[in-house]
Design a protein around this ligand. Structure first.
Ligand code: F6R
Length: 628
């Protein structure tokens, strides 16, 4: 979703701003802009559409300035037009503001400002900020005071970048339940909503805390809380390599990331199950570690004591989208191995309910970005009830990492493609490891059983490589489905979430309508949509639910649906029911979701690419969904 950047120093600002905006592109956006202080005016250049549109305008205008802010906007209030693109300015052209998030009381503030004579020129909620700043600044010409008074009347979660003609030596940044990072270079400073965009230029960073304002100058910075109290925090030096954002020869980031999955599983396992080959009996270790790649100086790991783990009576998993599907697999595995009741909740739904969580509840929030507003709100609500909290995220520098008391990090590197793939399988891996970890601690599984399961997990990356080697075969099969306008995915048990995730991938990448169903539910309604035009894709793995799933598939065949399956090599029953089969090597049912999703990811990719869709940045989608 929206991204904020800023620069001040001795270099030209716009090339730096543009390159930082490129780093944030993956978050998803539909317009972009910059504001630079050029001579005695604020020069605001912005455009709907891709960054290339903004780049063309910048090449035409060639603004000369060493201080500015920039933004990628994912439209919430008002369509993605040039006018609604950020930055926004006040009627005197004194302030420019870029904004992430939503100002929940903007309608009331807007009415009040209009009554006071302020003229609005956009449909955005952001515009109230710049008029409020202008109004407050008028009172005493104190810019910090004006910012403090402004943010104190705004409700919601937001981050701001502000420049002013009256103070040409500084940028202000405001962080309120968001993420913003300040980077400190030699005679230059940077601002970005994602530390990746700062890390390109410097390894010295300051992450803003919640409800904090930063006054950033070329060689210094000051931090203030919303009541004006100054805070003193040293910058942190990152010792990790900056993320490399490179397709490395693949046509798309998505295809690269699908192919990285075996590596991601290996990395995640070697982090939490080190030395497994030499000592298979070694316990899973979610040891608390100092996290040096993050200015929050946080620690991560599972910090709950054995007694606390034994005291858990209930687990609630909260997440959205793909992470929610991973959570559904997590539920099944934890229930099976730990005999703890687990509920999986759509984060946007649970947060407003009376969450039945208490001191014996563990709430697990799963979020690739660690910035998903609904997931964060759900976790905060559960935390307020006294529940233990555990975050599973790919971003140890995220807001989720700050608020969760326990943290498991998926070792994926940055995921650039908007559609989640490698982070999904890494989340699944974390759930398998967590379930075994909890099961061993609570005594619900024996050590021998745990060792067997760890061995199975260890074999998964190689299995996945065998599947990926069938890419060409899958491509041929996939293109047979590219003419469909509706696709149904069915499965049972541990692969029911695979059906949901397969359908989600297909619709977000190809824009073909797809739905996933528990196979047994098909006859309770969805079967009405089946005819010879509708492919039914069944995920079928030998095990507890095999026969029943096959029967449900046959019900579809009897309605002339186009029958497709993901089925294992050697399944001789499958050809009787299915016209097309994505074959995978035999796999143990409980762990199969780690690999059954791979042919479906590839299928969605091939169909979308064949149809000419924007595979890495599908329309309307955002990678970091930072509004509720
Ligand atoms: C789908 C996808 C989304 C995200 C969802 C949650 O491919 O990426 O459904 O899974 O928006 O995002 P995170 O995991 O960042 O909380």
């Amino acid at each position: 979703m929206c991204g904020i950047v800023g620069y001040l120093g001795n270099n030209q600002a716009t090339p730096v701003l543009l390159s930082k905006l490129r780093c944030l592109e993956y978050r998803g956006y539909d317009s972009a802009g910059v504001a630079v202080i050029e001579g005695d005016r604020l020069n605001i250049i912005k455009s709907a559409g891709k960054l290339s549109n903004l780049e063309t305008l910048l090449q035409q205008e060639r603004p000369s300035s060493t201080i500015g802010i920039g933004h990628t906007r994912w439209a919430t209030h008002g369509s993605p037009t040039n006018e609604n693109a950020h930055p926004h300015t006040d009627s005197t052209g004194t302030f420019a503001v870029v904004h992430n998030g939503i100002i929940e009381n903007y309608a009331q503030l807007r009415t009040e400002l209009i009554e006071q004579g302020y003229v609005f020129t956009t449909e955005t909620d952001t515009e109230v900020t710049v008029h409020l700043l202008s109004r407050e600044y008028e009172k005493d010409q104190d810019i910090l005071g004006a910012i403090i008074r402004t943010v104190n009347v705004m409700k919601g979660a937001f981050a701001l970048g502000i420049v002013s003609l009256k103070h040409r030596d500084r940028i202000y940044a405001v962080n309120h339940h968001y993420s913003l990072t300040v980077g400190l270079g030699e005679n230059e400073s940077f601002l970005a909503s994602d530390s990746t965009a700062v890390r390109q230029y410097t390894n010295k960073i300051v992450r803003l805390e919640q409800s904090e304002i930063a006054e950033i100058k070329t060689n210094s910075y000051r931090l203030f809380s919303f009541d004006g109290t100054e805070a003193f925090r040293e910058p942190v030096s990152l010792n990790t390599e900056p993320y490399k954002i490179d397709k490395e020869g693949f046509k798309h980031f998505l295809l690269k990331e699908i192919n990285e999955q075996p590596l991601v599983l290996r990395q995640t396992m070697s982090k939490y199950l080190p030395n497994f080959s030499s000592n298979p009996k070694a316990p899973i270790s979610f040891n608390v570690e100092r996290f040096s790649a993050d200015s929050s100086e946080g620690v991560y790991g599972v910090k709950m004591t054995d007694n606390e783990i034994k005291s858990i009576k209930r687990i609630i998993i909260v997440a959205c989208g793909t992470a929610l599907n991973a959570g559904m697999v997590g539920k099944l595995v934890i229930e099976q191995l730990c005999s703890i009741p687990v509920e999986v909740e759509i984060a946007s739904e649970i947060q407003t309910r009376n969450i039945l969580a208490d001191e014996s509840t563990l709430v697990i929030a799963v979020s690739q970005s660690g910035e998903t507003a609904d997931t964060l709100a759900a976790m905060k609500a559960a935390k307020a009830k006294g529940a233990y909290t555990l975050g599973i995220t790919n971003r140890p520098d995220s807001h989720l990492a700050q608020i969760a008391s326990n943290l498991i990090v998926t070792e994926c590197g940055i995921e650039v493609s908007v559609a989640a793939t490698k982070t999904y399988v890494a989340q699944l891996m974390c759930f398998y490891l967590l379930a075994i970890y909890l099961g061993e601690k609570r005594g619900s599984i024996s050590q021998d059983h745990a060792v067997e399961m760890k061995k199975t997990l260890h074999a998964m990356p190689a299995l996945m490589e065998q599947i990926l080697a069938r890419e060409e075969e899958y491509k041929t099969l996939s293109l047979k489905l590219a003419d469909a306008s509706d696709v149904v995915f069915i499965a049972r048990g541990v692969n029911y979430p695979t059906a949901l995730e397969g359908a989600l991938k297909l619709k977000e990448l190809s824009y073909i309508h797809a739905s996933g169903y528990a196979a047994g539910e098909l006859k309770h309604g969805p079967i009405a949509v089946l005819d010879s035009a509708v492919p039914v894709i069944t995920v079928l793995v030998p095990g507890k639910v095999y026969e029943k799933t096959l029967s449900n598939a046959q019900e579809s065949r009897a309605r002339n649906a186009r029958m497709v399956a993901v089925a294992v090599d050697g399944d001789e029953m499958a050809p009787e029911t299915f016209d097309h089969i994505f074959r995978i090597p035999p796999v143990e049912e409980l762990f199969s979701p780690l690999v059954t999703i791979v042919p479906l990811q590839l299928m969605s990719y091939f169909v979308a690419d064949y149809l000419g869709k924007d595979v890495d940045q599908p329309r309307n989608l955002a990678k970091s969904v930072t509004v509720e």
